[in-house]
Design a protein around this ligand. Sequence first.
Ligand code: GAL
Length: 715
Amino acid sequence: MITAQKLAQTIFFLWIGSLSAFAQTAWTETAPGVWKLSVGKPEAYNLLTAAGVQPNTVALAALPKTDFPLPKEDISVKVVDGKTYLRFPLERGEQLYGFGLNFQTVHQRGRILNLHMDHYGNRDNGRTHSPTPFYVSSNGYGVFVNSARYLTVYAGSAARLDSKNAPKVQDRNTDKDWSANPYSDAVEVLVPAEGVEIYVFGGPKPMEAVRRFNLFNGGGCLPPRWGLGFTQRVHRLYTADSVRKEAAEFEARKYPLDFIGLEPGWQSKSYPCTFEWDKTRFPDPAGFVKEMLSKNVRINLWTNPYVSPDASIFPQIKPFSGSHTVWVGAVPDLTIPQAQKIYWQQFDKDHVGIGVSGYKIDEVDGNDSWLWPDVATFPSGISAEQMRQTYGLLVQKQSTDLYRNRNSRTYGLVRASNAGGSSFPYVIYNDNYSHQDFITGVINSGFAGVLWTPEVRASKTGEEWLRRFQSVCFSPMAMINAWADGTKPWSFPDVAEQVKAVAQLRMQMMPYWYTEFAKYHFEGTPPFRALNLEDGFIENVEKQTTVADLGENPYQQAVTKEIKDQYMAGEYLLVAPMFTGQSSRKVILPKGKWYDFYTGKYAGNGEVITITPGLDRIPVFVKDGGIVPMTPPRLHAPKAGEKVDLEIRHYGEKPAQYRLYDDDGETYNYEKGQFSWRLIQVERQKNGALKGRMSAAEKGKPDTVGKVTWRFMTN
Ligand code: GAL
């Protein structure tokens, strides 16, 4: 006799069977090289709806054609007991990158992660500032799970009884090869919801999968030129006068400065916040901001989003707020249009409208004891969990829109982001302070579709100050955040000149940085990224690895060496930061010739070199045929339309080409075609000498290039 329970079970298994069959056929190519599958009943609110961005389909179509990169029959999707189970196949020798902004690991295969928005707690366990549910495989594809839930990921850590590639059973009693972590042939993800959308991004190389992911999210952000200059944050109780003095001191000492960040005390109350100026410290905010702008220094404002009962918007926002508070402030439900209107009007009126250039949006990540709990409810019905995973996206999107509405770009800081956020002009930071972890963060940001700054805060010695400073000048935001202890760039006299030199170098390299960000926007290439995305890197690493290093875990056999302390900055530069106490270090140079950035001298080819660079410089290497456009040293970024002379540097022996990007550097007119790409070419003449030329700007398109000189660095 069939019991009701048996019948239910049979129906359930039939349903699951049909879902797997469905999985093999129902993938649709939603954008070129991007395939989507809807599993079960996907939730209406997800990472992409929170981010609210559109794919750049034109740029996606320009990438190489590619087939679906995985065997569809090996992908399994099931909805069981209100949860969605996903499984994607893994080959032996495949390595995985991504799963959010990790700080201590680059290789993710074998790891178990709970992707959960949080302040990073010094362990790569999935709790981080951008728990992006996206991974990239060394086999050249990417997978994205579009869910705003806390996801559990088994990134090749679990072995199934019915596996086609089951690991060998070994006997611990007698077999010295027995492993506690047997081989796993799948990435498995548990989604605590009755369905989800999943996306697969084709390659054929890992870099193309990353590009497709970024372009699918609207392309990377294009900061204003000034955003790539230098920034300093000042003490929370600074007054307008102390800010004026600080800016004047930078100018007098000839340290570059493009924007100053005001910490909490610009507001009448903070934690929770009023978003209103403190009139004792800033009696005339509009006059102050205008005056600073006239000195080429913009103002950035710290805030957290939580509304003080003393804020003028409190009575209006209260009905649109969550059930629980953060530091007794209301948490606006920023998914509700009316709440957005009430909230951002205040920002528009008191800040953006008077010329404030951007924000540092704090405390949107965690931690658990400060943020709203998972039992909180929100008037929109969006759960506390989903709100936590996406609040960083909401504040980035909505604050960016304030600037977009005024046709003015912004560039700021935020402590939480997620998939969908690539196009928002924000850089992530946190309160940890390991220089090494900060560099691994730079590396992993490129897999997570976000930007990360290894900000400089306090330092014990001049050496530490300089080493950190050097790294931050080769990152998405050159920032000192030493407001709490008051360290200035010149505070350590023993390294004050070196600090100035590297800050000036940052400014000199602005045409290069700006062009590399344009590629992030238009082509999806992360400006700062892992060596693992470079051609010629993996082969090189294998060559370096002896069998004895491999251990017995078979997945390690692909890419055995995890590189956590060197990264790519733009198309041509390999940066290998030095840490305090180090006088020498090893650098892995991918295949192809590499040259020293400062001297142009040959450095190596597909090998591990040991360098002893001295304190003055951060080691940087340039690819053969590398072109780096630079300007004369300057204290502030050029203004819209300002012509700037260029020194175009060429490295190595190869003839070369580079496309230099140009636009007004401040507005969104580039979205209406107001930009130009100038072709720079270096060729070898009959007499063997190198010669460079650059194409003219198209008629009617931006042209900010002044006099051009050429410098062939390698003789
Ligand atoms: C922290 C933030 C710091 C600083 C501080 C101000 O949470 O991460 O960078 O802005 O708040 O109170």
